[in-house]
Design a protein around this ligand. Sequence first.
Ligand code: ZN
Length: 74
Amino acid sequence: MARKIADCRRFESDSNCSLTIIGEEDEVIATAAAHAALVHGHDDTPELRTALRALLEPEDSYIPGSRATEPFPA
Ligand SMILES: [Zn+2]
């Protein structure tokens, strides 16, 4: 199973979060949901996890450094 990326650098945040999570999809979703709740004040709900799952990117699209930000859609 291909690994996936959840990339906090992609989204605007008060803390300019630089975290990138890479792993198997279920690992990334669990970690990203916990991170979103702990650091970014989201509620860890099924809806959040669905939104996060839609934002995953393939592992081989990873680019080091910084990237342009966009608003978090959820
Ligand atoms: Zn973050």
